[in-house]
Design a protein around this ligand. Structure first.
Ligand code: TNX
Length: 531
């Protein structure tokens, strides 16, 4: 009898041991539900309390009524939850109060706007309500962050999949919450862009600005001027092979972004930053001679030929093709650092080019130098100045804002993800100074630019220039942990702004990034949990 019992317990121990090998023990941090509101961006309002909900093997995902888009969000949620939980989580159109409910419209969605959501969690389930599918999607990202970090592991994990009880009512401060990726200085494949899109969506970023052309490479196929891509896109900084997106590739990026509620804003930078185009077509040069391709990192040496008629055939063709393949409302025409274009030429060029964008049904976005010309009605300026930017230049932008040119804020010494964190950062540039994680977060878009009315601010954008960056690992090291801070400035009410509490929420993202394979910079001012 005793022997049998011993054998039995030995067998049990062996089985438990095997279990441990297959399903790692639950990390300490996973044992308690994440407090409601411990997410990035900080929600507008949080009321904690009541029983938590635990996602289990019998949990269903309900899409009552089930519009196509709501069902798609449910499918996305199931895709997030299934691998690590190992649960089936079937999606059903049947109504009910138990399980995870994604509810579009109805009383619960009042006052939530285009992107807001309400998340209610209690003993029987979690309900996310929204007026529009984008709101459901953002609510899903909140739910995701309320679950243990091991959720991000792509194989079954043992954890308590608990969501704290209470209600979150949330909607964004700004409608424009962007991230820019420079795919010109170094080319990034469709797969790499998709990977970044997934990361942006986690933090409720809703615009992906693609810097598609610069001196070092033209990255988008044009039927009317084919050599732009095939020749102008054939290299990059450092002399590598470069690359470009076919129209199908571009479509794939747009669709992938749209499925995650991001709109693509394509940029063709003009009249400077155009060496790749000038090298591809001799006729675009004032002297009729094509310069060689460029693989260095200087700026400000190239210009389209402003007095030449052929230049405007080129602009018309490029904008027409780009507008036709871009569903979003805006086209970015660059306009920065045109140091090789006289001021008179710059103004003349912008006067001719902005109406072309309008003719093809799009709105103009330009870097803030556009405010030194005549910004068209409805044009938006993107401010990228920094603390050293002169008072006159700031005032020029602020005056334009007072005169009806809305602003997107990307201050280089705050929002530029390509600036080094400190002197030891192995990647990046430092012309705007070092930008540590606290500095990047600790400013207020509403009052940042003196003299610009708060209502002229459309939002914020975090640009990532790629002179020194050529892999996803590079992108991630520079974007994390700063990107979530810019995302929070774009989404959360100013009243939630507080570095001391933000840094705790930020630290909690670390294990999540570890599980996702994001090699982030362990900024010393953030209390990361030990690895
Ligand atoms: C300035 S910001 C640029 C880019 C560079 C970047 C590097 C702006 C509109 N132009 O051409 O890549 O600095 O940080």
């Amino acid at each position: 009898m005793r022997r049998r019992r011993l054998l039995f317990s030995l067998l049990l121990a062996a089985a438990a041991g095997m279990g441990t090998a297959a399903v790692p023990p639950q990390p300490a941090a996973d044992r308690d539900a994440t407090p409601l509101g411990q997410v990035i961006p900080a929600p507008a309002s949080v009321h904690s309390g009541g029983d938590p909900y635990t996602i289990g093997g019998r949990t269903v995902i309900r899409v009552p009524g089930g519009s196509g888009e709501a069902r798609q969000v449910a499918g996305y949620l199931a895709g997030l939850l299934r691998p690590a939980t190992g649960f089936a989580l079937p999606v059903t159109a049947k109504d009910g109060r138990d399980g995870i409910v994604l509810r579009l419209g109805g009383r619960g969605a009042k006052g939530l706007g285009e992107e807001g959501y309400r998340l209610t969690s209690g003993g029987r389930g979690v309900t996310i309500s929204a007026a529009r599918p984008a709101g459901l999607f953002h609510g899903v990202q909140t739910l995701r962050q309320l679950l243990p970090a091991s959720l991000e592991t792509r194989s079954a994990q043992r954890a308590s999949w608990q969501v704290a009880g209470g209600t979150i009512a949330d909607s964004p401060r700004y409608g424009y919450r962007g991230a820019m990726l420079d795919v010109s200085r170094h080319f990034f494949t469709v797969e790499k862009v998709k990977r970044y899109i997934d990361q942006l969506a986690m933090y409720k970023i809703n615009k992906l600005h693609l810097h598609l052309s610069d001196d070092q490479g033209w990255r988008i196929a044009m039927k009317s001027w084919p050599k732009l891509a095939t020749y102008g896109g054939s290299t990059q900084v450092g002399g590598g092979p470069g690359g470009y997106y076919t129209k199908e590739d571009y479509r794939e990026i747009i669709d992938y972004a749209a499925d995650r509620y991001l709109t693509v804003v394509p940029e063709i930078d003009m009249p400077g930053h155009t060496n790749a185009a000038l090298a591809s077509y001799a006729e675009l040069n004032c002297n009729g001679v094509a310069p060689p391709l460029y693989t260095g990192t200087q700026v400000g040496f190239s210009s389209l030929c402003v007095p030449k008629d052929r230049t405007y055939d080129f602009v018309d063709d490029v904008i027409r093709e780009l507008a036709a393949m871009t569903p979003g409302p805006s086209i970015h025409i660059g306009g920065d650092e045109a140091h090789s274009t006289s001021h008179a030429d710059y103004v003349a060029f912008m006067d001719k080019v902005q109406p072309v964008v309008a003719k093809y049904g799009k709105k103009v976005i330009g870097w803030h130098q556009l405010t030194g010309a005549h910004p068209a009605k409805g044009a938006v300026a993107q401010y990228w100045g920094y603390d050293a930017t002169g008072a006159a230049e700031r005032e020029q932008v602020a005056a334009a804002a007072r005169n009806g040119t809305p602003l997107i804020l990307s201050p280089a010494d705050r929002a530029y993800l390509d600036m080094k964190y400190d002197k030891n950062t192995p990647l990046g540039l430092s012309w705007a100074g070092y930008v540590d994680t606290k500095r990047s977060y600790d400013w207020d878009p509403g009052s940042y630019l003196q003299g610009a009315p708060p209502e002229s601010i459309l939002g914020v954008e975090a640009p990532l220039w790629s002179e020194t960056l050529s892999t996803s690992a590079h992108i991630e090291y520079m974007a994390f942990p700063r990107l979530p801070g810019i995302a929070e400035l774009g989404w959360s009410p100013a009243s939630t702004h507080d570095w001391e509490t933000y840094k705790v929420r930020l630290a909690a993202q670390g294990p999540r990034w570890d599980a996702m394979g994001i090699g982030y910079y362990r900024a010393p001012e953030v209390p990361w949990p030990a690895k």
